[in-house]
Design a binder for this molecule. Structure first.
Ligand SMILES: C[S@@+](CC[C@H](N)C(=O)[O-])C[C@H]1O[C@@H](n2cnc3c(N)ncnc32)[C@H](O)[C@@H]1O
Length: 250
């Protein structure tokens, strides 16, 4: 199993380029209509990135709890939010062992189901953690969309170059009981099947765009999107992350 505590730097770097705050606020206020204090739980919260998005815009009196298997990331989260301990809490927990109780208004996960061999089982647990009428939200990439979202302005860039390799890799992973490369795009259907109501689906509108003058940003981009360093002299870099945001009520 991948130890995300050891990839904290990568996690922080990619999270700085993952959401437009205005789009997240639009979802919270206009789509999910969170206008009263809510109790939120974040499955696989990492260092609490989603709490950073939620806190400034959710109604006063709301609470957020993050759970994650990585002791190191939970430690990091507690340091980041030490001034908000009344509103925010974190706990080390393996989602496989987590015992759901139906007490949360909002149950969310981001980029977690994509890494798990049993995403449907964990989604079921998320549903069981929501109150009746509570909102379950999953924001997860679909690898083919994510891969298609990358463009490098260079004559050497060939967008189909890795397609055969990735096809083999992803199919091998899923056949051997590993992660599902299409989980993001499948989730609305899985949610419907598991009994959620009022299913909605959106796409995260963030596009990571780097111009050719900014060398530090270029190396950050290449690392975040796993692009070969041979492209570091290219003229421009674009990556649409294409996370699929699926949600529904219990
Ligand atoms: C890609 S990171 C996403 C973190 C966070 N949701 C975010 O978007 O910044 C995946 C997270 O899932 C956590 N995770 C993976 N398997 C887990 C499990 N079985 N139980 C709890 N957390 C798990 C990892 O430790 C890691 O923090």
């Amino acid at each position: 199993m991948r130890d995300w505590g050891k990839e904290s730097e990568y996690l922080h770097s990619t999270r700085r380029h993952l959401w437009n705050n205005d789009y997240f606020e639009f979802l919270v206020k206009c789509v999910w209509k969170i206008d009263k204090p809510v109790k939120i739980i974040d499955f696989g919260c990492g260092y609490g990135y989603l709490a950073q998005l939620f806190l400034p815009i959710i109604p006063k009196g709301s609470t957020y709890k993050g759970i994650d298997i990585s002791e190191q990331l939970i430690e990091n989260a507690k340091e980041i939010f030490h001034d908000n301990s009344e509103m925010v809490s974190f706990e080390v927990a393996d989602l496989n062992d987590y015992k759901p109780t139906a007490e949360y208004d909002v149950v969310i996960c981001q980029a977690v189901l994509r890494h798990l061999p049993n995403p449907v089982q964990i989604l079921k647990k998320m549903i069981d953690t929501a109150k009746d009428g509570g909102l379950v939200i999953c924001t997860e990439p679909s690898r083919r969309l994510e891969n298609a979202g990358v463009y490098i302005d260079s004559t050497d860039f060939y967008p189909f170059k890795n397609d055969d390799y990735l096809e083999q890799k992803w199919i091998k992973e899923i056949k051997s009981g590993g992660r599902d490369y299409q989980i993001g795009i499948k989730l609305p259907i899985v949610m419907e099947r598991l009994g959620l109501k009022n299913i909605g689906v959106r796409i995260n509108d963030y596009v990571d765009y780097v111009r050719s003058e900014d060398k530090d940003e270029i190396s950050r981009f290449l690392s975040d999107h796993d692009v070969d360093s041979e492209f570091s002299d290219s003229n421009g870099f674009v990556a649409a992350r294409c996370h699929v945001i699926s949600y529904g009520n219990r």
